[in-house]
Design a protein around this ligand. Structure first.
Ligand SMILES: [Zn+2]
Length: 257
């Protein structure tokens, strides 16, 4: 069977539908892709102290949720492309918000998954996203690279049924610097990347470990994610629309040390 015959058969058996809204046709329809092209500052509800300045490409609600879950939990690995593009957009936006000249290099550090999650999924979906985002950023002329500077330490309980405070305690000591981790060079920015930010506990914990690689007086460790849980549900936001856009503006983030 030729290549086109095979792909016709695959289409017949697995009809392509949008992973967000279910519309037949594309992997992610233009409308759903548009929901992931709205870079904004992530503001977790109980903003943890030390939460890194983080940009999300979209809000983790509506069709964005099933799209992310299809990629993460249901093995639709081909979504690494559109979701990685969204991550690249978030990285570019957070980097643009740092004052001063453009960085020589942007280092994307993926949040490492737990051993249990990696075993269960059989893949590291955040690394897949990171790899695609690096390609996109380079294609757009932003010198980007990825580095696995973090590793997980020991076992962590599943956090689904824990409160925010318990989650933080649960995460304390979760991450450590990996063997290959090296300090940031001058004109180099470190951006911690993950799929979704909800409570902000994971990025805060991982960011505090990564901060050891930053330069004294240099820019803070930044964060970029595909989607962030909105502070208010969509209905409340429609009733009280924000007076000004909440996206980061150039020069928003000062050095933290
Ligand atoms: Zn759609």
């Amino acid at each position: 069977m030729g290549g086109s015959g095979w792909s016709a058969l695959v289409d017949l058996v697995l009809p392509r539908t949008c992973a967000g809204c279910g519309l037949p046709g594309r992997l992610l329809c233009p409308r759903c892709a548009g929901l992931l092209a709205r870079p904004h500052l992530a503001t977790p509800r109980r903003f943890p102290e030390g939460f890194p300045p983080t940009v999300a490409a979209g809000a983790y609600e509506g069709p964005v949720r099933p799209a992310v879950l299809a990629f993460k939990e249901r093995g639709r690995a081909e979504l690494a492309r559109p979701l990685g593009t969204a991550l690249a957009l978030a990285v570019a936006a957070v980097v643009a918000a740092v004052p001063g000249p453009a960085p020589e290099r942007v280092l994307l550090v993926p949040v490492p998954g737990s051993a249990a999650a990696l075993r269960e999924r059989g893949r590291d979906h955040v690394r897949e996203l990171t790899a695609h985002a690096v390609r996109e950023l380079r294609a757009a002329g932003l010198p980007a690279d990825s580095c696995r500077s973090l590793r997980r330490r020991g076992r962590v309980r599943d956090s689904a049924d824990l409160s925010v405070a318990q989650r933080r305690a649960n995460l304390a000591g979760t991450f450590a610097l990996a063997d290959g981790a090296r300090p940031a060079a001058v004109d180099e920015l470190i951006v911690l990347v993950d799929d979704v930010v909800t409570s902000g506990a994971t990025l805060t914990e991982a960011g505090s470990v990564l901060a050891a690689l930053g330069r004294p007086g240099g820019p803070p460790v930044l964060g970029a994610v595909v989607a962030a849980t909105p502070r208010e549900p969509a209905r409340a936001r429609r009733m009280n629309p924000p007076r000004r856009p909440d996206g980061p503006r150039p020069g928003s983030f000062r050095g933290s040390r």
